[in-house]
Write a protein that binds this ligand. Structure first.
Ligand SMILES: Cc1ncc(COP(=O)(O)O)c(C=O)c1O
Length: 1014
């Protein structure tokens, strides 16, 4: 017979009094205490001191009692401050006394010190109390880590590790719903818990820290004052200590998992748990309750009078029922996070993987949402008519209202953000299962609103693992669950809700979808659960049993857990963060303040100025989270905020940035690398901070070398903003505010093949334009000046993307040289591979200058520039005057410059520019077939232009039209500009990292703009 089947001893009180007096010499008042298997009394002596007298069950053996005594001694030694009872020896100095019942049966007797305090079961329970409880158990188990005793090896039905045995008692449960609940947890225990529990750390534990075995300090009610009754101590998995304690402590609580989490957190602090242990806690709590309720049911007949067993029965059933309603993954997520672990194993890796790989993801809609004009659908605003209509299940009305807002605010895509609090969730299904009285109002997916029928696409390869169909109002309608395994160890799931009925039919479980493949279509409100059409996209960082199990909204109080279990799909759907959060001043404020605080000559692009807050690759992102394809800015040639360049810059900035008066490796390494890309006579570099400075330095060197002053420039050229350069920039001195051509400047014709005089024979165009260089030199001579320099871009940009006629450059250089001029090639815009075929545009004409100036893309946005010349010209400049440039050639700039050259070469970006440029020119030329006002399409590599005219014959510039096309393209998400003498040339200088997809988008937008703009 075991201690569980043998009834507790039943000595009459007077007999107990006599035994205790005889064995311990103690007298006083005896009052009976509840016990399942022993007969216990509280003995209060006349002096007020109390003891617990325990007459052991007759089946209790010596080893078991010795085990308890040894355990208490061990803990008292290791953590003396722990509030544990202390055994009082008999008058003969023994730990155990003995007595005999009237029936002649022998029993052991113990007397232990009475611990003050009231049972945990009684009274108010604060968060601090749960924490104190967890901490006390953590300390107790920590103290027991190294303790062993033969008595600990017990086979005991109350051991949570043995919960599976409860199945044998299932038949005693009459109520089918209760039996179902128990069976559910037993199935989980057998399938998931028992095998994993075997791998968990085991040791001696108290084993029964139920709410009557735990005493609370009566004064504060917030501290544990005692852990008593070591009769169930056992060698068992460590985590069971916490599971048993929590099972009782959290009964009848509003948010039981919160309380268990508070216990777990404090336990973990005192005695760190492992994630695998915490993973089992929820089920082990349930398992303990299963043992309790099945035990009660099985004993009801035989021990109807055993009040102790029944004490926790009703609350245990209630708690089991509540736990049954919870998603174990969510409850476990709360417990894990309380201990500082991620909410689900691998969740943080999934989030990090998505962040790191977001640029590789395919668009989630037919058009990438990042590039669309987005607006928030006001589901979160309880008073908004759309929220009211949606909650009232009037989706058509909501849809109509939203269409009006879209039209008014210029929105293409409606957004329902992850984490939004939504009063629209009114149905009873949104009541919290975790926390009484709370509602699940926080949106755990990302909603994308388009018209019914719009495709939704998977950004990553995915396998269909479940298809869910529901006609419940405000449910998902038709939903598809995909599994993604994008990298070893990275697995997550995506749920696509509110799809059309046809979507659910078009796929089957097991289908493998490629990245970018259509998952389905947004359903009409008759098929999508009764909502205005949208997709609810939700990520799940664990393996859900089924799509139906995935909650789409959660309690606001658990947002930290949601963020890991159901990570925001914003990255997955490639939605810029700016879609959801605004920073800084409004565009209107900025515009006003610019006028007040800045020189007013700064111009602003587009009719409606753009507030750009971030750049990423080929995109510029505005303050509303719209990403524009930047086809204009040729500075960030390797992509905006290129991480490699940022890293190179930051690394050197963190070490040293100073001027050239100290020796440094970077400047030499950079000069070597840079000059190696140039013709072999160009060997000496000067480093400066802007293209203008480079050109100014080039002028100084030229004038010094030739001892002349005059400069020949091309008509409509722009060479920089310094005084010396405005003088040689017809683009400036001829236009508003300009003072006209100075006499030291000679103006050669702009060698524009498209606008060459009609009577020039085609074969002579280059030569005739080159002859104008000589004319300009004569112009100078008339004013008494000799030419110091001939300066030209090898593909004039501000002048309207002019591709020089074949043979022109060589001839022009020869003419200028003949007159003694130094040749300056201004490669500030056009250099660094933009023309594709060559690193430097002059090279593509087989011409060799004496000085090359460089800027813009040289640092991919970092302000730096350079001038490279011949040894002879450089040496002539060395006349004793120091050349000092505070920032030019600093170690940071040189580190950046080196990285730019490395990437250009490594990623073969010149070849990319040639390939894409050639194809774009061909595709744009095709546009000429449809659109008469396209007069010319031209370019080299990724330096492209479309010249617009009112009439192809007269070539009257279509300036206004060009402006409208550029505005339209901006509306459609592509940034372009206009330039040229008549501002009628659409100028395109996309980044060298442009892709085929970028080119397709550019073409698509150009086609739409030309089709739409009158
Ligand atoms: C051909 C050319 N040269 C020189 C410059 C002047 O460069 P920065 O603005 O860096 O001074 C520019 C600027 O637009 C340019 O286009």
């Amino acid at each position: 017979m075991s201690v569980l089947t043998s009834l507790p001893p039943a000595f009459p009180v007077d007999k107990v009094e006599a035994i205790v007096d005889e064995l311990y010499g103690l007298k006083g008042n005896f009052s009976a205490l509840d016990s399942e298997r022993d007969q216990n009394f509280r003995l209060t002596e006349a002096n007020g001191q109390s003891w617990v007298v325990k007459i052991a069950n007759q089946a209790e053996d010596l080893q078991a009692l010795d085990f308890q005594a040894a355990l208490l001694r061990h803990v008292a030694e290791l953590d003396p401050a722990l509030p544990l009872p202390h055994l009082r020896p008999t008058l003969h100095g023994e730990i155990l006394g003995r007595c005999t019942s009237a029936e002649g049966k022998a029993h052991f007797v113990r007397v232990v010190g009475w611990l003050p305090g009231k049972p945990f079961a009684k009274g108010h329970k604060s968060a601090a109390l749960f924490a104190s409880f967890g901490e006390t158990l953590g300390r107790l188990t920590k103290a027991l880590q190294g303790f062993g005793h033969p008595g600990a090896a017990r086979d005991f039905d109350w051991d949570v590790a043995q919960a599976g045995k409860s199945r044998a008692r299932l038949a005693y449960i009459d109520e089918p719903a209760q039996r179902d609940t128990v069976e559910y947890f037993l199935d989980r225990f057998d399938a998931h818990v028992a095998p994993r529990l075997k791998r968990c750390r085991a040791q001696v534990i108290h084993g029964d820290a139920n709410d009557y075995n735990v005493l609370v300090d009566a004064a504060t009610g917030e501290q544990i004052a005692g852990i008593i009754d070591y009769g169930d101590a056992i060698h068992s998995p460590l985590i069971n200590e916490l599971a048993v304690a929590a099972a009782y402590a959290i009964m009848d609580r509003d948010a039981p998992i919160d309380d268990a989490a508070a216990m777990a957190a404090a336990f973990h602090k005192a005695n760190p748990l492992l994630p695998d242990e915490v993973d089992l806690l929820f089920d082990l709590i349930a398992a303990r309750l299963v043992i309790s309720v099945t035990m009660s049911a099985s004993r009801k007949d035989r021990s109807k009078d055993n009040a102790y067993l029944a004490i926790s029965e009703a609350p245990a059933w209630n708690l089991l029922k509540r736990l049954r309603a919870m998603d174990p993954m969510i409850a476990t997520g709360l417990l894990r996070q309380a201990c500082g672990f991620e909410a689900a194993a691998g969740a943080r890796d999934v989030i990090a993987w998505l962040k790191d790989n977001r640029r590789t993801l395919a668009p989630v809609l037919d058009q990438a949402p990042a590039t669309m004009r987005k607006g928030l659908v006001p589901f979160g605003d309880r008073n908004h008519p759309i929220a009211i209509a949606s909650a009232a299940r009037k989706p058509a009305e909501a849809e109509k209202l939203w269409a009006e807002i879209m039209a008014q605010d210029g929105i293409d895509l409606g957004i329902g953000p992850w984490g939004e609090d939504r009063p629209v969730y009114t149905a009873a299904a949104f009541d919290s299962t975790l926390s009484t009285g709370e509602r699940r109002s926080r949106h755990l997916g990302l909603d994308l609103f388009l018209d019914a029928g719009a495709n939704v696409r998977t950004p990553l390869p995915g396998k269909v693992v479940d298809i869910y169909v529901s006609d419940l109002p405000l449910d998902y309608g038709h939903a598809i669950l995909l599994e993604h395994n994008p990298a070893p160890g990275i697995t997550f799931f995506s749920l696509w809700g509110h799809l059309s009925a046809a979507s659910a039919k078009a796929v089957k479980v097991g289908d493998e979808l490629k990245a970018g493949a259509v998952v389905g279509q947004m359903g009409p409100n008759t098929e999508n659960g009764g909502w205005q059409p949208h997709v609810h996209l939700q990520l799940i960082a664990y393996r859900p049993a089924a799509a139906a199990d995935v909650i789409g909204a959660g309690e606001p109080g658990y947002t930290k857990v949601w963020a890991e279990l159901f990570p925001s799909p914003a990255t997955f759907a490639n939605l810029p963060a700016e879609t959801f959060t605004k920073t800084g001043r409004s565009s209107d404020d900025l515009l006003k303040l610019r006028k007040e605080k800045l020189v007013r000559n700064l111009s602003i692009s587009y009719k409606t100025p753009m507030k750009i807050v971030r750049g990423e690759g080929v995109y510029l992102i505005d303050d509303r989270g719209r990403a524009y394809l930047d086809c204009y800015n040729n500075v960030a040639q390797l992509g905006h905020a290129n991480p490699e360049i940022v890293e190179a810059l930051a690394r050197q900035a963190a070490i040293l940035n100073t001027n050239t008066r100290y020796l440094h490796d970077n400047i030499i390494a950079y000069a070597e690398k840079l000059t190696a890309t140039l013709p072999k006579n160009l060997t000496v570099a000067g480093f400066v901070c802007s293209g203008s400075e480079a050109n100014d330095l080039a002028l100084r060197l030229s004038r010094n070398y030739t001892q002349a002053k005059g400069v020949v420039a091309l008509d409509w050229a722009y060479h920089g903003h310094l005084s010396s350069l405005i003088e040689i920039s017809p683009y400036k001195y001829k236009r508003k505010g300009g003072k006209g051509r100075p006499e030291t400047t000679g103006e050669a014709m702009l060698p524009d093949g498209y606008r060459a005089p009609a009577d020039w024979p085609q074969a002579e165009i280059a030569a005739r334009y080159a002859a104008s260089v000589t004319t300009a030199i004569e112009q100078l001579a008339e004013a008494g000046h000799k030419p110091a320099a001939f300066i030209a871009e090898s593909l004039p940009s501000s002048a309207g993307q002019i591709v020089l006629p074949d043979g022109y450059l060589k001839a022009a250089y020869a003419a200028a040289r003949k007159a003694g001029a130094v040749i300056i090639a201004d490669e500030v815009q056009i250099g660094f591979g933009r023309v594709g075929s060559h690193m430097w545009a002059f090279d593509s004409h087989g011409a060799v200058p004496d000085i090359v100036t460089m800027g813009k893309p040289i640092g991919n946005g970092h302000p730096m520039a350079a001038m490279v010349t011949t040894r002879e010209i450089a040496d002539a400049f060395f006349n004793g005057m120091e050349y000092f440039n505070t920032f030019g050639g600093n170690p940071v700039s040189c580190a950046v410059g080196l990285k730019v050259l490395e990437i250009l070469e490594r990623d073969k970006l010149l070849a990319n520019a040639t390939r894409l440029g050639t194809s774009l020119i061909a595709r744009m030329s095709k546009l000429m077939e449809k659109h008469d006002r396209i007069g010319d399409v031209r370019g080299q590599g990724l330096m492209l232009g479309i010249e617009l005219v009112e009439d192809r014959k007269t070539k009257v510039p279509a300036t206004d039209y060009a402006g409208r096309i550029v505005e339209k393209c901006r509306q459609l998400g592509v940034l372009l500009g206009t330039d040229g003498p008549y501002d009628n040339v659409i100028k395109m200088r996309p980044g060298m990292i442009f892709t085929d997809a970028n080119a397709d988008f550019l073409m698509q937008v150009l086609e739409t703009a030309f089709a739409d703009v009158a």
